[in-house]
Write a protein that binds this ligand. Structure first.
Ligand SMILES: *Cc1c(COP(=O)(O)O)cnc(C)c1O
Length: 390
């Protein structure tokens, strides 16, 4: 057992580490959410959020985890019995599909091997075959947090365009927003789903929808029941600086502070480059250890996390437990189909070179302690890359 001293390493791929100044920004009196000061806060966070989504369209904020914003995207735009196209990229795509099925949508779920992203050619083929336009929406998880695979949203958009199909395009960016380049308007996304606790460096509790004009139009005729999630009262209240129900005031303070850090101080492009650099350093460590990166397509490597596949007869959860006990570091568990086979290193959010060095040190010491066969030198491979690419 480690002594209870020093700081816990929270290296799961979300919730991510919350910067102290974001925590301090929350440590404020809760204000009247119908007063003038609050209206100013609403305007500031909505303006900043639009920059993060790269959109001029409406963005709404729910006091909810990401799962709520998944449901919201569906109930606002679709009707019972509508057909939708989804892809089994991993655990989160499977969960979103579950919500769609429970809501009474007919899901065409394209099977996947959990090691690749969505294939744009399959999107084009599926939509091309639907000459009657019965498919109402295509749903994709941008960064599949269970596998460390990032689907190529711009290419999928081009595939949809080539098919000439009018389906709505919805994208889950819960673990990519603020970590990996994302462009709601330019990529023609109709509903983007986001969450607070990953790249945005906030505690859990907020989630978002960015809504295209086409999605807003669809919401006028969609008949799935919605009340709490309904966009119309939210957008109407937001226009005057307020919410239709009590907002998560103190989390909005945190959001304002995090947006200031991401947009004004660090700059999104530099934030994305930092994530790519830490991801590459992590992969170099994994290769030097002689272990396998779960993602098989280098064009789809995730900037926010790396999922590592252990040899057949090794237990990834035993390794994680040992690392937690000895080194006080939490790593991501294998989810769904890859449970026990995979562990995940989160390198997203408020993160720097020395935090990565500490994280990889914990993994390398853990591999040795668990007597998992591996080659030493992963840390050095990562540090060399960081030093050569300042
Ligand atoms: C974390 C995550 C979710 C789930 O969000 P909750 O906040 O746990 O409801 C959904 N999709 C992706 C890609 C995620 O990473």
């Amino acid at each position: 057992m480690s002594l209870p001293a020093g700081r816990h390493f929270l290296q799961i791929p979300g919730p991510s580490n919350v910067p102290d100044r974001v925590l301090r920004a929350m440590d404020m009196p809760t204000i009247d959410h119908r007063g003038p000061e609050f209206a100013q806060l609403t305007r500031e966070v909505l303006t900043g959020l639009k920059q993060v989504f790269n959109t001029e369209a409406d963005v709404v904020i729910y006091p909810a985890s990401g799962t709520g914003a998944w449901e919201s995207a569906l109930v606002n735009t679709l009707s019972p019995g509508d057909r939708v196209l989804m892809f089994e990229t991993g655990h989160f795509a499977t969960l979103w599909r579950g919500i769609a099925s429970e809501l009474g949508l007919q899901v065409d779920f394209v099977e996947g091997d959990w090691r690749h992203g969505v294939d744009p050619a399959v999107v084009e083929e599926k939509l091309g075959a639907d000459s009657e336009h019965r498919i109402k929406a295509v749903m994709v998880v941008h960064n599949e947090t269970s596998t460390g695979v990032t689907s190529r949203i711009a290419e999928i958009r081009r595939a949809i365009d080539r098919s000439g199909h009018p389906a709505l395009f919805m994208v889950d960016t819960i673990s990519s927003l603020g970590s990996i380049d994302y462009r709601h308007d330019e990529w023609g996304v109709d509903v983007t789903v986001g969450g607070s606790q990953k790249g945005l460096m906030l505690p859990p509790g907020l989630s978002f929808n960015a809504i295209s004009a086409k999605a807003l139009e669809a919401s006028k005729t969609a008949t799935l029941p919605s009340s709490y999630w309904n966009w119309q009262p939210m957008i109407a209240a937001n226009a005057t600086g307020y919410f239709p129900y009590t907002p998560a005031t103190n989390l909005l303070y945190a959001l304002r502070e995090a947006l200031k850090m991401l947009l004004d101080e660090q700059g999104l492009d530099r934030v994305f480059a930092r994530h790519q650099r830490h991801a590459e350093a992590t992969r170099r460590a994994v290769r030097a250890w002689g272990l396998e990166i779960l993602c098989l397509n280098p064009a789809e490597y995730s900037g926010s996390l790396t999922a590592i596949l252990l040899p057949e007869n090794q237990d990834a959860d035993r390794l994680r437990q040992l690392i937690l006990e000895r080194f006080d570091m939490s790593l991501g568990t294998g989810l769904g189909k890859v449970q026990g086979r995979v562990f995940r290193i989160g390198h997203l959010g408020d993160f720097n070179d020395l935090m990565l060095a500490g994280t990889l040190s914990g993994v390398e010491m853990g591999l040795a302690a668990a007597q998992i066969p591996f080659d030493k030198g992963g840390i050095n491979a990562a540090l060399d890359y960081l030093a050569d690419n300042p």
